[in-house]
Ligand binder design. Structure first.
Ligand code: FAD
Ligand code: EPU
Length: 337
């Protein structure tokens, strides 16, 4: 296990914030993970699991130990005539798993192309995009209990997946470390082009019989158009979740705002937070090095030297102004540490 003391986290969070941690353990296998847990429990140290750092905002320096998961490995656990069960270790890049699946013509993950981060973090908020969610291809996961160091298997029902939500953000928050995820992929697959932008891509590119590789290409092209690449512009994707409100409340807001962007979500209504923020006048706003992305108002960006405080202050005034204008409370999607 590699140990680093007094480490800069600049390259370990996609916001690119220049904060430090007291210590970091870089973990390459389950034995090292066990060892790190023993250390933390016996030293009563604060600890944080870090994967790709693409959904985290550090409020400042972290006075504890970062457990950086780098456990690699991907293998076929089982193959039937219709499905492939692919077991992927937590430290694999999410998009490499998607690319691998698509190149083998196993369907289900292609709509989730190019989401940053690692496989181990994907169940935490049940990542989703372009008409699909992790839960659609999820079969099971194996996680380590941080108290005992024992491994436990969770099936789909156990994970209580919801929109940007799972049991690991609620009752089991910080209690388990996800070590591997097993996906159930389709050999005889269908194409999911329900998202309008994907459909438009097929029309524009004269693709009449799309394959899953075309879906992947479409999603990559749409994402590159809309979302900033953290390599060049610090960000953590959507800063807030799309708020879900009652139909009654929605009707009242709609009376005053007939153009409001919304979708049905079971018996409720999901609003587009990006639209609310844009209408509140924030799109393209910049103060010092913190700003609101000019192509997607739901993304807060670091133009280079923003401090945690700049990002947090901006997010707070956005919340306040959206609440004052629409009476809707925005909730952070990013984990604030
Ligand atoms: P991290 O940021 O390292 O961790 C996130 C949280 O999970 C932390 O609380 C961490 O402690 C915990 N955690 C991480 N790994 C584990 C583990 N193995 N066991 C237990 N806890 C763990 N998300 C979407 O859903 N859809 C999108 O379309 C999308 N687009 C994005 C676009 C951009 C440009 C960016 C920067 C982000 C986007 N995101 C999106 C958010 C992000 O990519 C996902 O949330 C991703 O799953 C985070 O993975 P990570 O490895 O970076 O996790
Ligand atoms: N919109 C605006 N102004 C904006 C942004 C959006 O008016 O600045 C409106 C437009 O009408 C647009 C609609 O909102 O058509 C939806 O926008 P988009 O397709 O970009 O999706 P989103 O709802 O803003 C969600 C996810 C993204 C995911 C995309 C695609 C959340 C919080 N965000 O964004 O996930 O990639 O859908 O499915 O659910 C993330 O979680 O980090 C993330 C990027």
């Amino acid at each position: 296990m590699k140990k680093i003391e007094n480490v800069s986290l600049k390259n370990y969070n996609t916001f690119g914030l220049n904060v430090k941690a007291k210590r970091m353990f870089i973990i390459n296998d389950i034995y090292e993970l066990n060892e790190s847990i023993e250390y933390i429990n016996s030293n009563k140290d604060d600890s944080l699991i870090l994967s790709g750092g693409s959904n985290i905002l550090f409020k400042g320096n972290y006075n504890g130990t970062i457990i950086k998961l780098d456990i690699k490995g991907i293998h076929i656990a089982e193959k039937t005539s219709n499905h492939v069960f692919l077991r992927v270790n937590c430290g694999e890049e999410w998009d490499e798993f998607v690319s691998y699946s698509v190149s083998n013509n196993w369907g289900g993950a292609e709509n989730l192309s190019l989401i940053p981060g690692k496989v181990g973090a994907s169940p935490i908020q049940n990542i989703g995009a372009y008409g699909a969610e992790l839960k659609d291809i999820f079969y099971s996961l194996e996680a380590m209990d941080v108290q005992t160091g024992t491994l436990k298997t969770f099936g789909k029902e156990d994970c209580e997946f919801g929109y940007r939500n799972s049991i690991f953000k609620n009752a089991l928050k910080n209690k388990f470390i996800i070590c591997s995820v097993t996906f159930k992929l389709d050999i005889n697959h269908n194409i999911n082009s329900s998202y309008k932008a994907i459909e438009d891509y097929f029309i524009d590119n004269n693709i009449s019989k799309p394959k899953i590789s075309d879906v992947r290409r479409a999603v990559i092209s749409i994402r590159k158009e809309k979302l900033p690449d953290p390599e060049f512009l610090g960000n953590a994707g959507s800063f807030f979740k799309n708020p879900i409100i009652s139909k009654e409340k929605f009707e009242k807001i709609k009376e005053k705002n007939p153009g409001i962007v919304s979708h049905k979500e079971k018996n409720q209504i999901k609003l587009s937070a990006g639209w609310l923020i844009e209408q509140a006048g924030w799109k393209g706003y910049r103060k010092n090095d913190a700003g609101v992305y000019d192509k997607q108002a739901l993304v807060i960006v670091n133009y280079g030297n923003a401090k945690s405080k700049d990002i947090l202050e901006l997010s707070e005034i956005i919340k306040e102004s959206v609440f004052n204008k629409f009476g809707v409370k925005l909730e952070e999607e990013v984990t604030i540490i």
